[in-house]
Design a protein around this ligand. Structure first.
Ligand SMILES: NC(=O)c1ccc[n+]([C@@H]2O[C@H](COP(=O)([O-])OP(=O)(O)OC[C@H]3O[C@@H](n4cnc5c(N)ncnc54)[C@H](OP(=O)(O)O)[C@@H]3O)[C@@H](O)[C@H]2O)c1
Length: 322
């Protein structure tokens, strides 16, 4: 089967480490299921993997991809949950110390087939396309959980940093659909305009003063926006952190954190049950992911290059079947 693979890693030139090659059809261990992948989506995780973040030499080669949707061997439409927990783990999937994301210890979804534990497939309802469903398990699930952890309920105000990203566009769409007031920042005027079209109530340039302090900030950009995130919070507000695209080591600004009683909450992905709720929410509301482009697997490098250059608005979907 055809697959997008990291066969080596390169911290400085991640795309040079990408190969789209034929791989043997995967075996199916007891208790796992085979899914024919109709659509997968790209994440920054794929770029981090090609850079060598979270992968050791002995893990290579590995099939990339955390997100997928397709058909199982019983012919059921499914969405693949990307967090693989230790057998017997019963707590929150994301807090299992032995958890891994697809494409770390186990081959990922950027292939014609993927095998996953049976609990890692969630039914896909009619009306939710494979292309849209493939956007949910990483970026959208992370956004869904970020909003739940934000402490900003219906009517509360949320600031989303870096409006064009896969997580950020999910935050805008879900934040709006769940009754929050959503403000965004983006480096690009065009992306600010598109965020307003998507439902944001206001769009600001990076670092611009917010009209009033917000209840929560959704942070995935990191160093470039961290100071602005803390400055924009009301006393007692919450910054939820799920990424650090521009760098992981801003000044912590601890005086501001303790003096204003701010909460800093980290999160990664979400649980299988949260993915099932998210799928249900999309089915019920008609909210759908923003798809920047759809590519055949052979052109996956084009999507990763656009992501590395920060050129995307929304998700890149890949169709392994062409
Ligand atoms: N913890 C988790 O479970 C989880 C899940 C998904 C993603 N993540 C992480 O979250 C981050 C975003 O993921 P994504 O899939 O949304 O990525 P993406 O689609 O590539 O979006 C990244 C966004 O960050 C902004 N950005 C990038 N560099 C910037 C800079 N130097 N200054 C200001 N803004 C910058 C850009 O927004 P503008 O161009 O609009 O300014 C860009 O659209 C990644 O680091 C990823 O690894 C974590």
């Amino acid at each position: 089967m055809l697959a997008a693979v990291a066969s080596r890693t390169s911290p400085t030139d991640p795309l040079s480490a990408l190969e789209v090659v034929e791989r043997p059809r995967p075996e199916v261990p007891d208790g796992w299921v085979r899914v024919r992948v109709e659509a997968a989506s790209l994440n920054h995780h794929d770029l981090w993997s090609l850079r060598g973040v979270g992968l050791r030499d002995e893990d290579l080669p590995v099939v990339l991809g955390c997100d997928g949707a397709g058909v199982d061997e019983q012919g059921r439409d499914v969405v693949v949950h990307g967090v693989v927990t230790t057998p017997g783990w019963t707590g929150d999937d994301t807090l299992d110390p032995g958890r891994s994301l697809l494409s770390e210890r186990y081959d990922g979804t950027l292939a014609e087939e993927v095998v996953v534990p049976a609990r890692n497939v969630v039914p896909r309802p009619p009306g939710l396309s494979a292309e849209h469903a493939a956007c949910l398990p990483t970026a959208w699930l992370t956004a869904y959980r970020m909003l739940r952890l934000s402490g900003a309920e219906q009517g509360g105000t949320v600031l989303v940093q870096g409006a064009g990203g896969g997580v950020a566009t999910a935050l805008v769409a879900l934040g709006r659909a769940t009754g929050r007031r959503v403000w965004v920042t983006s480096r690009s005027e065009e992306k600010r305009r598109r965020a307003l079209d998507l439902g944001a109530h206001a769009a600001l340039a990076p670092g611009e003063r917010v009209p009033e302090r917000v209840d929560a900030v959704m942070e995935t950009v990191g160093e470039a926006t961290w100071a602005h995130s803390l400055r924009s919070l009301r006393p007692g507000g919450t910054v939820v952190v799920a990424g650090a695209t521009s760098g992981p080591a801003p000044s912590a600004e601890l005086q501001r954190v303790f003096f204003l009683g701010l909460r800093v909450v980290g999160t990664t992905m979400g649980t299988r049950d949260e993915l099932e709720h998210l799928v249900g929410l999309l089915a019920a509301t008609g909210v759908r992911p923003v798809v920047d482009r759809v590519l055949p697997l052979a052109d996956v490098g084009e999507g990763l290059a656009a992501m590395a250059a920060g050129e995307l608005f929304g998700k890149v979907v890949v169709r392994p079947g062409g």
